[in-house]
Design a protein around this ligand. Sequence first.
Ligand code: GUN
Length: 167
Amino acid sequence: MNTKETLIKSLDLQPHPEGGYYKETYRSQGNIAEECLSDAYNGSRSHATGIYFLLTSDNFSAFHKINQDEMWHFYDGASILLHIILKEGVYSQHIIGRNILAGEVPQLVVKGGDWFAAEVIGVDTFSFVGCTVSPGFDFKDFVLPSRKELVALFPEHTDVITRLTHH
Ligand code: GUN
């Protein structure tokens, strides 16, 4: 059975600013020119990118957003609880995992512009997933708000935002 140490070491995963560990596993060779992208993008982007992402239960992936739709894929470990706040303010929870009969899904798409955070279900364990985006990922599209900024946008979700932001 894989442990978090095996996965981090063997797959050369690095700390991610949102929490957890990651490695980019795919970046398309081709680029999409800025003129072909929506106004949300400044500059060109790869057609698509993919990462491995490992989250441990003593941490969480803090609320953030990107311009791209992001597809999550479940690989190993404990199921992961994804919290989404739509740009319009509607909050929902989704479980990414293999227990289909319990309503878990092995793939989930978060739409570009929506805020999301993730945490491992369980103690002293980890979740290992993949995340793919198109257009390709660029930290220019990555917004990691402070607790204060996000609470100001969605005061009705103060509790979950307070719990799942780092600062
Ligand atoms: N590359 C670096 N960080 C990320 C991320 O958070 N998501 C995706 N899809 N790619 C990344």
